[in-house]
Design a protein around this ligand. Structure first.
Ligand code: SIN
Length: 538
């Protein structure tokens, strides 16, 4: 079956939904969500949205902080574009009804939080559930919009591209999509295709991301031949809860913003030697924690906010307070055990200042995209802002593009092209083993600290696992677990390729083999080009 709309959006987080709302002013929009629509990274985002709204703040300070955090790799035009649009984006969300925390006695003014790397208070938040508040309102607005159809349990397998591009990069015309409830694969065709699939934290053993963060958009774009960049820059959040039962719960950086102190088991403040203390940039804090854990052999460090009033903690961080309490940790009276965990993919599908990828017709917005904003290390709470601004700009640019385009249909094959003769792999362990193996060697060899030797060991192991996964994919009926592990393998490959290419240490990429920053040779993006685009076999 072929299903058509003007815009096809993959992903239902802040980037996908805000794009959908704007694009729906001009045409029909299909939003695909691979699980329930609220199962997104956005929904878990605690901290907030960085925007210049404080009386003593200025756009130039936000630009400066972003550049500083990005360690010489941010694109100034992207930084200025995103930062300048911040206040407007917040105003739009407030007009839609997002209940940001406001100043007591003055509901017109938003309350501003502080996070690492920010020189001023500028984090607009809804207590410690900002993403959830935004997601809820955007989803409701999309539901009310007759031009938007949200399809849950729909997982994109690969992109459809124009058949004979005659030496040009092929135009993307749609996607093969698996309906996970029926097992059917259908072709979704559109004038404009938008990747808003979020990140890929599940490539690592420990992550703050939800299970769905398997880098699907990045992988399908790569297979179709889109340029990708800067994937060596994986951000590890310094403070993921360390608990045997709950492994991906974030303890927001805002806790340090309100005075939380990282301590070792002796109670010594571990960031005491850094000029910015606990509010240093994330790469610095995560590496310091890692070094402390390695030095002492401790399985975690602690985040202590017990010096604040219990009432303040409960009011400002209700989600963190109640979740920890449910696990037997009263954060008002005892320090929180924390460890670093994979949190954010700073690189992605390479796009311009309007979200356009190197493939005509294909846009990427949000975490899946590399816009140049984050450089070598994302500044806290810049990502939701980037998603809003780039979704807005992509909606403008794609509207202009879509107006002159016919609906692409002739080039679409009628059937999912590979012969699916077998049924799903008879033993699920074949898939789960590959998945575990990738996540473990990525954690050990391609984590916070890398070396040429570790990277080459990871690459060798990945080659074997990838060939097994591709064999499963060719021979068995398509199934969501298989699709995700196939995508994770592509993401791991891209991270390793980028990390191997960068023979220096900078931002989030720290190599024991190349411990110094090298501005002469490496003050540039790592751009990867797929030499053999192939949607079926790669
Ligand atoms: C946090 O609340 O610490 C996460 C904010 C972010 O990742 O930008």
């Amino acid at each position: 079956m072929i299903i058509k709309s003007d815009y096809l959006v993959m992903g239902s987080g802040i980037a996908g939904l805000s794009f959908a709302l704007k694009a729906a002013e001009h045409g029909t929009v299909s939003v695909l969500s691979k699980l329930v629509a609220s199962d997104t990274n956005t929904n878990l985002a605690q901290g907030g949205i960085a925007a210049v709204m404080g009386p003593d703040d200025d756009l130039k300070f936000h630009v400066q902080d972003t550049l500083e955090s990005g360690s010489g790799l941010c694109h100034l035009d992207a930084v200025e574009t995103v930062v300048q649009a911040g206040p407007q984006m917040i105003a739009e969300l407030r007009a839609l009804g997002v209940p940001f925390s406001t100043l007591e006695g003055n509901p017109a003014l938003v309350e501003l939080g502080r996070e690492g790397g920010h020189s001023h208070r500028r984090i607009i938040h809804a207590k410690d559930m900002t993403g959830q508040a935004v997601q809820k309102v955007l989803a409701e607005r999309c539901r009310q919009n007759a031009n938007i159809e949200t399809l849950e349990y729909h997982l994109a397998l690969d992109l459809l591209t124009e058949k004979n591009p005659q030496g040009r990069r092929p135009r993307v015309t749609g996607a093969w999509v698996l309906d996970r409830r029926t097992g059917e694969v259908n072709a979704y065709v559109a004038k404009i295709i938008v990747l808003a699939t979020g990140g890929s934290g599940k490539v690592y053993l420990y992550t703050t991301n939800p299970d769905g963060a398997t880098g699907d958009g990045l992988a399908i774009a790569w297979r179709a031949g889109a340029q990708c960049a800067n994937l060596e820059f994986v951000q590890f959040h310094p403070t993921c809860l360390f608990h045997p039962k709950v492994t991906n719960f974030l303890i927001s950086e805002a806790v340090r913003g309100e005075g939380g102190v990282l301590v070792n088991r002796e109670g010594e403040a571990i960031m005491r030697h850094h000029p910015q203390g606990d509010l240093a940039c994330r790469d610095v804090v995560a590496l310091t924690i890692d070094a402390e854990m390695k030095k002492t052999g401790a399985p975690c460090v602690f985040l202590d906010i017990t010096h604040k009033e219990a009432a303040f903690i409960r009011e400002r961080f209700p989600k963190i307070y109640n979740t920890c309490l449910g696990l037997g940790i009263d954060i008002a009276h005892e320090p929180i055990p924390v460890v670093p965990a994979a949190h954010y993919q700073c690189g992605g599908v390479l796009v311009d200042n309007f979200g356009r990828s190197s493939l005509p017709g294909l846009y990427a917005v949000g975490e899946v995209a590399a816009t140049g904003l984050h450089g070598a290390n994302r500044l806290a709470s810049n990502s939701l802002l980037e998603a809003l601004v780039m979704a807005d700009r992509a909606a403008q640019a794609s509207h202009a593009e879509a107006q002159s385009l016919p609906m692409p249909e002739a080039a679409v094959p009628r059937l999912w092209p590979t012969g699916r003769l077998g049924t799903a792999p008879s033993e699920a362990v074949l898939i789960t083993h590959s998945w575990d193996e990738i996540r473990r060697f990525m954690w050990n060899y391609v984590g916070l600290v890398r070396s040429d030797q570790r990277l080459s060991m990871a690459q060798k192991r990945l080659a074997l696992v990838k060939s097994e996964i591709n064999e499963f994919f060719r021979n068995f009926e398509v199934d969501a677990d298989l699709v995700e592990v196939r995508n994770i393998a592509v993401v791991a490959d891209l991270i390793i390729q980028c990390a191997m290419a960068r023979k220096e240490s900078r931002g989030l990429h720290f190599s024991l083999t190349w411990p110094n920053r090298d501005d002469v040779n490496f003050q540039r993006d790592t751009v990867l080009e797929n030499p053999h685009p192939s949607i079926l076999l790669s």
